[in-house]
Design a protein around this ligand. Structure first.
Ligand code: AMP
Length: 368
């Protein structure tokens, strides 16, 4: 990485301001559902404390509400000490997301440290006060933490010179938020596999019937042009359809060409799809996967996502999972150690692949 590393800073007796991504999921009763993001920052936190520095942490949590208290408590348990300052949820202040609305906010945050370390890879694609604006107040002293370095080191081979064949598998529902990535990836990969809800915008654009499946009318035209040009798309072979959007709904499997009948909706990729995809994935030397293949929150429609996770877990190639729901599915199946890297950032890893860097990385001090 061509940016200053936390190892390059003399931290003894310094006040370190560390940006982390503690945006963890919660259960309905307010307890933390998965503390993986807190654990992922521990090597950096421990290193800073071991260097004899005074540490202040900051993170956002959820959209805007929510207190950092449960995360702070969990952190103190994991560290078995409680002398780390944790600032309140950054998004309590509107200027976190909109730095121009109050440039003083970043300046105030900067008063908490002599040096700044960013370990929040999962938020590094955001042009926010605590990610980008803050760096101007630490000239020559903005470093990447260990998690940030690990993520960049793991994802860079995909951007710079991937070993081919290179395949990307993209799922999830929102074609609007992933269309730019699809376009960028399509230029870079040998095979672009598509699953999840975004399949139905493509299916409709190809003139196939999609019943009540979700699709994005605003993207039909661009998707239509995209599929005309993209010769390396690999689409599902079959689709699991349901009569209603519920786990207990009656299901059938239809062929992709056959389409989804009226009154039904596509919920998952079918079993023939994975069988068709297997050889191409098997011969791939580099694989990137982001996004579920179906409505995996319902066990009945999680088979495509789980089947893909298990299939990839058995392969030997460089396999990287771009966080988010696909990362969660892998954790749930306890398959993390079967992959080369499971990123902590969904949106961040996609944008890194698309653009080759992220605003929060660019803002760090260059290393000469
Ligand atoms: P995204 O944030 O774009 O990665 O989308 C993730 C969401 O896509 C998950 O909550 C899935 O339930 C949803 N999803 C995946 N496949 C489908 C589908 N066929 N129909 C509706 N939603 C889907």
């Amino acid at each position: 990485m061509k940016k200053l590393s936390i190892r390059d800073l003399d931290l003894k007796n310094k006040r370190v301001l560390l940006r982390v991504d503690f945006n963890v999921p919660f259960n309905d009763d307010g307890t933390i559902r998965d503390d993986a993001r807190i654990r992922a920052a521990l090597p950096t936190i421990q290193y800073i404390l071991d260097q004899g520095a005074k540490l202040t942490l900051m993170s956002h949590l959820g959209k805007s509400e929510g207190s950092m208290e449960p995360c702070k408590k969990r952190l103190y348990e994991l560290l078995a000490r409680d002398d780390v300052t944790v600032l309140e949820n950054l998004r309590h202040n509107k200027a976190e997301k909109d730095p121009d609305s109050n440039p003083e906010f970043a300046k105030e945050l900067a008063t908490h440290g002599d040096v700044f370390v960013n370990d929040a890879f999962g938020a590094a694609h955001r042009n926010h006060s605590s990610i980008v604006t803050i760096c101007q107040y630490f000239p020559g002293k903005c470093a990447a933490g260990f998690l940030m370095e690990k993520e960049v080191d793991a994802l860079s081979p995909l951007v710079e010179n991937p070993t081919r064949p290179f395949s990307a598998i993209i799922g999830g529902a929102k074609i609007d938020s992933k269309f730019n990535v699809l376009q960028a990836l399509q230029q870079k990969v040998d095979h672009l596999f598509i699953g999840g809800g975004m399949v139905f915008t493509i299916m409709k654009a190809m003139g196939n019937s999609i019943g009540n499946s979700i699709y994005d009318p605003a993207h039909l035209e661009v998707v239509s042009e995209f599929i005309d040009e993209a010769k390396n798309l690999v689409l599902p072979e079959d689709i699991v359809i349901a009569e209603q959007f519920s786990d207990g709904a009656e299901t059938h499997i239809v062929g992709y060409e056959e389409g989804v009948p009226d009154g039904w909706q596509g919920m998952d990729i079918g079993p023939k799809t994975l069988e068709k995809w297997r050889p191409l994935l098997h011969e791939s030397k580099t694989i990137f996967w982001n996004g579920p293949m179906g409505v995996f929150e319902f066990p009945n429609f999680a088979k495509g996502t789980e089947g893909l996770a298990k299939m990839l877990a058995e392969m030997n190639s460089l396999r990287i999972v771009g966080g988010g729901d696909s990362g969660a599915a892998i954790s749930l199946l306890n398959l993390n150690n079967k992959f080369t890297h499971v990123s902590t950032g969904g949106g961040a890893s996609l944008e890194f692949l698309e653009k080759g860097s992220l605003p929060g990385i660019n803002a760090l001090t260059n290393k000469f």
